[in-house]
Design a protein around this ligand. Structure first.
Ligand code: HEM
Length: 533
């Protein structure tokens, strides 16, 4: 009997110790650690909205968001739409200045829009500063463990393998495919305009340019197998849509014990995509082994590069070359396709609003490349001619300032680090809202919310006081690896479009930029398209 009591006592004690340990761990993660981080930041003079226990500032964020009525005036397109997407970030910036701290649950975030600190952020080493793990985890079905999600040594390895495939010398080799794809695409617009009664058609240009951009990236990735690539990318686009939930940003997701319908759909789409991609990879490997491929597309380059760099490959990729390739193919489509299409679409919307700039760009294209269609096509294949398109470059730069598709720069301090005079504890997430820094009147002047491409006449360094705060492609070691590819694509596609068509806003256009991982036009960009006289 006494023995039984003893055993029961031991069991209860073990259970109690277990429960206490779990409680202590929860307390540490939910309260002590966040409180310590906040106190470190607080002692350095960094303030912010007071968080509540467990939820942090989430209730306040939801309250500000829901009280923020979206004003959309169909007759007036205003470029200061920023308060409508993250109103709390703006409100807190007004209250606490360009550097402040806030919390979502136990996660501590440092908001930074001070240009001097942006410069410091740019200089940080990738070992100290990476992409937030909680943020990239839900995107795993899309980006896997690719370069977009990798941190530390893993990131360094992936960047070494992939980034060189997007250097200028490689992009030069892709100009012909960009041009060919755009010319084929524009034939459909030509016949629609021709067949219309009054020579004008109302087109949702963002939807259609998305198809063009996907076709270009598919040709760049898969060469002659691009039509299979297009099918795969169409499925990836659905996957991306299924994952685009803005609340991912702050990690306050709905928790469910069982997989939801949407999670099941995401899983099965991912399986389908990977099976199709793997077939392409296998076919290519077989062709290579039989010495039968002369393809120089991205898939081939990544296959070769992955093989050549196998000695310094991190352990987790030793047995997973296939996974490495699949993850990066999905990621390149995700990062490169819609971003470029959106930039082209917002640029056309701005040019539709500003016919004088539309005409200036058209005149420049004629001056550099001549009026004839064939002449233009030849001219655009020469990189030197692309760099002569100064007015077009200014227009694209201004469009990226006001409507850059990338909205958030997010980082996580992977170790305790120095940021200017501040010490940032490990685990802090650092945020910059790109459209806010692109509209800072202190940096850009009182006309910061106006479309004025002339501000870029002498380059970015002369356009504003702090050029480091112009970040449409991000900054530092994590900046966009596809910047050259994207810019070259825009400088080929836009001249081909503008030399043939003129644009004005459709009466059906409703100006409503929204955030869904990228800056999207909620109701599409509807423009009236006519043949240039
Ligand atoms: C106009 C077009 C584009 C814009 C505005 C754009 C913008 C951006 C931005 C803002 C980032 C985040 C950078 C940061 O956090 O500092 C990024 C990252 C990235 N972009 Fe782009 N991008 C464009 C086109 C492309 C293209 C064409 C590709 C590939 C073909 C590409 C591939 C990537 C990749 C792989 C990353 C992740 C880099 C990393 O995590 O280190 N992007 N891009």
């Amino acid at each position: 009997m006494a023995e039984g009591l003893q055993v029961a006592l031991i069991c209860w004690s073990v259970l109690l110790i277990g429960v206490l340990r779990v409680l202590f761990r929860l307390m540490k993660e939910m309260w002590l650690k966040p409180a310590r981080i906040r106190s470190v930041l607080w002692k350095q003079g960094i303030r912010g909205p007071p968080p509540s226990f467990i939820a942090g500032n989430v209730p306040e964020m939801q309250k500000i968001q829901s009280s923020n009525q979206k004003t959309s005036d169909a007759n007036h397109v205003h470029h200061n739409w920023v308060p409508s997407i993250f109103p709390y970030l703006q409100r807190w910036e007004q209250l606490y200045g360009p550097v402040y701290v806030y919390a979502t649950g136990s996660k501590q975030h440092l908001y930074v829009s001070d240009p001097k600190l942006l410069k410091e952020l740019k200089l940080q080493n990738y070992m100290d500063l990476g992409v937030p793990r909680y943020l990239s985890k839900p995107l795993q079905p899309l980006i896997g463990d690719s370069i977009i999600r990798a941190n530390g040594q893993d990131f360094a390895y992936q960047k070494k393998v992939i980034a060189p495939e997007f250097f200028l010398n490689k992009v030069k080799g892709m100009i012909c495919l960009m041009e060919a794809s755009a010319v084929t695409f524009l034939k459909t617009w030509e016949s629609r305009v021709l067949e219309s009664e009054e020579g004008v058609v109302d087109i949702k240009v963002d939807e259609e340019l998305k198809t063009l951009s996907a076709d270009i990236i598919s040709r760049a990735c898969f060469g002659s197998s691009y039509s299979q690539g297009n099918q795969i990318f169409a499925k990836i686009a659905i996957l991306q849509e299924a994952l685009s939930n803005p609340s991912l940003l702050f990690g306050f997701l709905n928790f469910s014990l069982f997989p939801t319908e949407s999670e099941k759909k995401i899983k099965s789409l991912r399986k389908e995509v990977d099976a199709l991609l793997l077939k392409l990879v296998r076919d290519r490997q077989k062709e290579s082994q039989s010495g039968g491929t002369s393809e120089k597309d991205l898939l081939q380059m990544i296959l070769q590069s992955a093989a050549n760099n196998s000695t310094d490959r991190p352990q987790q990729y030793m047995l997973k070359t296939d996974q490495f390739i699949l993850d990066n193919c999905r990621s390149i489509y995700f990062a490169g396709s819609e971003t470029t299409a959106l930039t082209a679409s917002w640029t056309l919307m701005l040019l539709a609003l500003h016919p004088e700039w539309q005409e200036r760009v058209r005149v420049e294209i004629a001056e550099v490349c001549g009026d004839d269609d064939d002449q233009l096509r030849q001219c655009l294949k020469d990189m030197d001619n692309l760099s002569k398109l100064k007015t077009l470059t200014m227009v694209i730069q201004e469009s990226l300032r006001l409507y850059g598709p990338g909205v958030i720069l997010a980082r996580e301090a992977l170790a305790k680090m120095k940021l200017g005079d501040f010490t940032v504890p490990e685990g802090v997430h650092i945020w910059t809202l790109i459209p806010t820094v692109h509209r800072d009147p202190e940096n850009w002047g009182p006309d910061a919310n106006e479309f004025k491409p002339e501000r870029f006449a002498n380059g970015v360094s002369e356009a504003c006081k702090y050029p480091q705060a112009y970040v449409p492609f991000g900054h530092g070691s994590r900046s966009c690896i596809g910047q050259t590819f994207g810019m070259v694509q825009l400088k080929i596609v836009l001249p081909l479009i503008l030399s043939k068509f003129s644009f004005s806003l459709s009466p059906n256009y409703q100006h409503s930029p929204v955030y869904k991982m990228l800056l999207l036009p909620e109701h599409g960009i509807r423009l009236l398209v006519r043949r240039v006289q």
